[in-house]
Design a protein around this ligand. Structure first.
Ligand code: BV8
Length: 249
């Protein structure tokens, strides 16, 4: 399929849309040097399944191992910079206030650092911490009391500190998913960027948008599990396609 007509139609739809919902996945940050989940894990981590590490069971089975995995990923996020795709989305929001909602599956802060401050975080924030369990004393554990172990542990009750992300098998934050559904249901165009469409319920947002009449465009260098929900497929990368698509608008 020649890309040109599809590109032109996508641009026209975006130009006419009062409300645009952008659903992003790990591919959005790939050109910032943050590995996607589909990328094979390298080094020490190649022996592990990310879905196992990113789960309550995985953490309880070996807190120190999972904590080290997150520490390495956090370093990578801190070293990473927003790429041209993040910057194109932020510049569009600056030019067209109120027209763009970014809903991200990503746990990095690159959309926020680029300027899309209102990004809906479906899967939490890798740079933040939370306690693993409610404090058995009925109090709230204080990270100032955390012993400097890996992971930190409350020196009063033994509770563990964990990354403030949504693990597999955990529900998404209610308010975040409600905001994401609202954006998907009310947009005229949904732009899906850099997601395999393999992780639910986030992957269902494209079908929801289409079902409510939105025109769905997918930007991805490879096929995804939700391509059948798209009216247009734009083969390409976030940093390659988004500036060309959005900067002229
Ligand atoms: C829940 C935080 C219920 C952690 C993450 C069957 C149906 C429905 C659901 C399920 C099911 N079976 C199991 C489930 C549940 C499960 C799930 O979806 N499993 C999958 C594997 C089948 N879902 C859950 O567990 C969710 N919770 O359902 O709870 C519940 C309800 C009430 C009470 C209790 C429970 C929670 C899911 C959230 C998991 N946490 N992240 C962390 O990051 O450490 S998800 C994690 O995976 C990341 O956030 C990441 O975003 C996501 C992977 O998806 P993608 O973003 O798409 O990334 P991926 O690597 O897969 O793909 C990258 C894409 O980019 C590719 O397509 C590639 O081609 C493209 N690409 C590459 N380079 C570029 C590019 N695109 C553009 N430009 C480029 N340069």
């Amino acid at each position: 399929m020649s890309v040109q007509p599809a590109f032109g139609e996508a641009q026209q739809r975006l130009r006419e849309a009062r409300s645009i919902c952008v659903l992003t996945g790990a591919g959005m940050s790939a050109e910032s040097g943050i590995p996607t989940f589909r990328d094979t894990l390298t080094g020490l981590w190649s022996r592990f399944d990310p879905a196992q590490l990113a789960s309550p069971e995985g953490f309880r089975a070996d807190p120190a191992l999972v904590w080290r995995w997150y520490a390495e990923r956090r370093d990578g996020v801190r070293r990473a910079q927003p790429n041209a795709g993040h910057r194109a989305l932020a510049a569009f929001e600056q030019r067209h206030p109120g027209r763009l909602s970014v809903v991200s599956q990503n746990v990095d802060d690159l959309h926020q650092r680029a300027g899309n401050a209102g990004t809906v975080r479906l899967h939490g924030d890798i740079l933040a911490d939370q306690w693993l369990d409610p404090c058995p004393r009925g109090l709230s554990c204080d990270t100032d009391w955390a012993a400097p172990t890996e992971p930190p542990r409350c020196s009063e009750c033994g509770n563990l500190v964990r990354p403030a992300v949504v693990w597999f098998g955990e529900p998404l934050p209610y308010r975040a998913f409600e905001a994401a559904e609202r954006a998907a249901q009310s947009c005229q165009v949904m732009l899906v960027v850099g997601t395999s469409g393999a992780v639910w319920p986030a992957a269902g947002l494209a079908a929801l948008a289409r079902h409510r009449g939105a025109f769905v465009v997918i930007v991805n260098p490879h096929p995804s599990e939700i391509d059948h929900e798209a009216h247009l497929l734009l083969p390409g990368t976030a940093a390659g396609v988004l500036p060309a698509l959005l900067d002229p608008l």
